[in-house]
Design a protein. Structure first.
Ligand code: G3I
Length: 305
C-alpha cells in the first residue's frame, strides 16, 4: 500500500483520523483525508453538548456532514461519544437520579438509532475512571447520582439501540499496565463474565515526553484482547518532531499489529495545525499537509512504501 489506509488494509486493519466538520470545506484537508484514511471519528460533533444541548432537541447537522462524507467514500465511522462527563450540557447535571437515568438512556437510544447501521464502533462510555493510583471511578453526574451501575446500563441500552454496532469503553492513561488500566480491566472482565454487552476497548494513546509510549503497551493491549474484546487505538497523537517522534509512532503501530484483535488505529487529527494540542506538532502531516517523518514511519510499520 502507498497510503496509510491501503497499507493498514493489507494488515487487516483500518486507519482513521479525527475529523472536524468545520474543515470539510478546505480542499487540502479533504484531499489528505480522502487519500490517506478509511475511517473517521467526529472530533466534537457527536458529543452530548453538540447533539442535545437542549433536552430532547437533537441537532445532528454537523455530525451528519461528517457521516455522509465518510459514507460517500466508503470510510468507516467511529461514534464518539455517548456518555462522558465533559462537553455535557448544563441541564444534564441539574437532573435528579431518576430523571438523569431516563435522559441518559434516551440520549443513547436517539443518537444510536439516528446513525443505525452507519457506525462501526461507538464509544459508549468515555473516561469514567480517575487518574492516579486509586482505580476509582471519576466523579460525574452519572457516577455521583446513578452509581457504578451507570456504565453497565449504558452498554445494555446501547446494544438494544443498534445491535450491529460494536460497543467500546474508551479511556486515556490506560495504555500501559497501571492502576487505572487495571481498574478498567477488572470492569471488562466482570462484564464479560456476566454477559454485559461490550465488544471493544479504546486506548486513546495521547503521548508526550512525560507520558511516552509505554514499554508494556503491546502486553496491555493483549491482556484486554485475551478477555474476548477487540482493542482499538482511538486517539493517537505523540508530541515531538523528527526522528524521535517517528520512532515512537512506529512503536505504537507495531504494538497494534502484534495483537490479532487490535482492529484499527485512529490518529487524533489530520494536520498539526488543527491539533487540540495548541502549538504542538503531534500528528502525521504538518500544517502544509506535508508528510512528516512520523508519517513515513507509520507507513513503513504498516508494510507500505
Ligand atoms: O465550537 C466552539 C466555538 O464556537 C467557540 O468559539 C470556541 C471558543 O473556545 O470553542 C469551540 O469549542 C471548542 C471545541 O473543541 C471545538 O473546537 C471547545 O472550546 C474546546 O474545548 C473543544 O476541545 C475539544 C476537547 O476534546 C474538549 O474536551 C477538542 O477539540 C478535542 O480534540 C478533544 O478531544 C478529546 C476527546 O474527545 C476525548 N479524549 C481526549 C481528547 C483530547 O482532549
Amino acid at each position: 500500500g502507498t497510503t496509510l489506509a491501503s497499507a493498514a488494509a493489507g494488515k487487516g486493519r483500518y486507519f482513521g483520523t479525527a475529523v472536524a466538520a468545520s474543515h470539510l470545506g478546505e480542499s487540502a484537508y479533504v484531499s489528505t483525508l480522502n487519500t490517506e484514511f478509511d475511517s473517521v471519528t467526529p472530533e466534537n460533533e457527536m458529543k452530548w453538548d453538540a447533539l442535545e444541548g437542549t433536552r430532547n432537541s437533537f441537532s445532528f447537522g454537523s455530525a451528519d456532514r461528517i457521516v455522509s462524507h465518510a459514507q460517500s467514500r466508503g470510510m468507516k465511522v467511529r461514534g464518539h461519544t455517548l456518555v462522558w462527563h465533559s462537553q455535557l450540557p448544563g441541564w444534564v447535571g441539574g437532573l435528579g437520579a431518576a430523571d438523569l437515568r431516563s435522559a441518559m438512556n434516551h440520549h443513547i437510544t436517539q443518537v444510536m438509532q439516528h446513525y443505525k447501521g452507519k457506525i462501526h464502533s461507538w464509544d459508549v462510555v468515555n473516561e469514567a475512571f480517575q487518574d492516579g493510583g486509586s482505580g476509582a471511578r471519576r466523579s460525574s453526574p452519572f457516577q455521583d447520582k446513578l452509581g457504578n451501575g451507570f456504565i453497565e446500563e449504558a452498554f445494555r441500552t446501547a446494544r438494544a439501540a443498534d445491535p450491529g454496532a460494536k460497543l467500546c469503553y474508551n479511556d486515556y492513561n490506560t495504555d500501559g499496565v497501571n492502576a487505572k488500566s487495571n481498574a478498567v480491566y477488572a470492569m471488562v472482565k466482570d462484564f464479560k463474565a456476566r454477559g454485559v454487552p461490550i465488544d471493544c476497548v479504546g486506548f486513546q494513546s495521547h503521548f508526550n515526553s512525560a507520558s511516552p509510549v509505554p514499554g508494556d503497551y503491546r502486553a496491555n493491549l493483549q491482556r484486554f484482547a485475551d478477555l474476548g474484546v477487540d482493542v482499538q487505538i482511538t486517539e493517537l497523537d505523540i508530541e515531538g518532531s523528527g526522528s524521535s517522534q517517528a520512532t515512537s509512532y512506529g512503536t505504537a503501530v507495531n504494538a497494534c499489529l502484534a495483537v490479532a484483535r487490535c482492529t484499527g488505529i485512529t490518529v487524533w487529527g489530520v494536520t498539526d495545525k488543527y491539533s487540540w494540542r495548541s502549538g504542538g506538532t503531534p500528528l502525521l502531516f504538518d500544517g502544509n499537509y506535508h508528510k512528516k517523518p512520523a508519517y513515513h514511519a507509520v507507513l513503513s510499520a504498516l508494510g507500505g512504501s
